[in-house]
Design a protein around this ligand. Structure first.
Ligand SMILES: Nc1ncnc2c1ncn2[C@@H]1O[C@H](COP(=O)(O)OP(=O)(O)O)[C@@H](O)[C@H]1O
Ligand SMILES: [Mg+2]
Length: 180
């Protein structure tokens, strides 16, 4: 892991879907609480939903977590008395302000909200947010028997006062083997 600007931006590698889930479970989830907003970006098949599955496991919400295609948002209630997980596909939204108009069975304040395709649309909703950018590593060898496979680079950028002073490396186990 390289921590390039104090505790607010960091880079991790995920060599497999399991490692992607572990980044969510071990690095991010321990710091989350009700009211938090995460924006996930990355191409189709990058691993946004896979990441969200790891969050859901760690938060103890009712699954299964799947791509929210064809619906805009799905609420996963907590099974452990914690915050619900609201999983949003913002692909067809122009602004996340529209989220307030959806009937979600819970409020954003009582939930952890994860938005796939939310980049550039979140500013209307919250100044405090975590951006998780997922990219397929370029230059790696493409395995034609498994085109979905391979390493992903995960960049986590924290925006706003909510995340000031939070160090994601604290309390994390070592999902990618290189947290130092
Ligand atoms: N390193 C990796 N990280 C995340 N997913 C991976 C990785 N390697 C392979 N995969 C696979 O790639 C696919 C990612 O799909 P998904 O999480 O639905 O992407 P998205 O939601 O970004 O469209 C899954 O089938 C997952 O098992
Ligand atoms: Mg998805």
């Amino acid at each position: 892991m390289t921590d390039v600007s104090g505790s607010t931006e960091l880079h991790l590698d995920a060599d497999s879907a399991e490692q992607m889930r572990a980044i969510a479970t071990d690095v991010i989830a321990p710091h989350l609480r009700a009211g938090d907003l995460l924006i996930l970006s990355g191409d189709l098949g990058a691993g946004k939903t896979t990441f969200t599955q790891g969050l859901g496991d760690a938060l103890g919400v009712r699954g299964p977590i799947a791509s929210p295609t064809f619906i805009i948002a799905r609420t996963h209630p907590s099974e452990v008395g914690g915050p619900a997980l609201i999983h949003v596909d913002a692909y067809r939204l122009t602004s996340l302000a529209e989220l307030d108009d959806l009937d979600l069975d819970t409020t954003l304040d009582d939930s952890v909200t994860v938005v796939e395709w939310g980049e550039g649309k979140a500013e209307a909703l919250a100044a405090d947010r975590l951006h998780v950018r997922i990219a397929r590593e370029r230059g790696g060898e493409l395995d034609m028997t498994n085109p979905e496979g391979g390493r992903r680079e995960v960049t986590i950028v924290a925006h706003g006062q909510r995340w000031a002073g939070i160090d994601f490396t604290v309390g994390a186990s070592d999902p990618s083997g290189d947290l130092g």
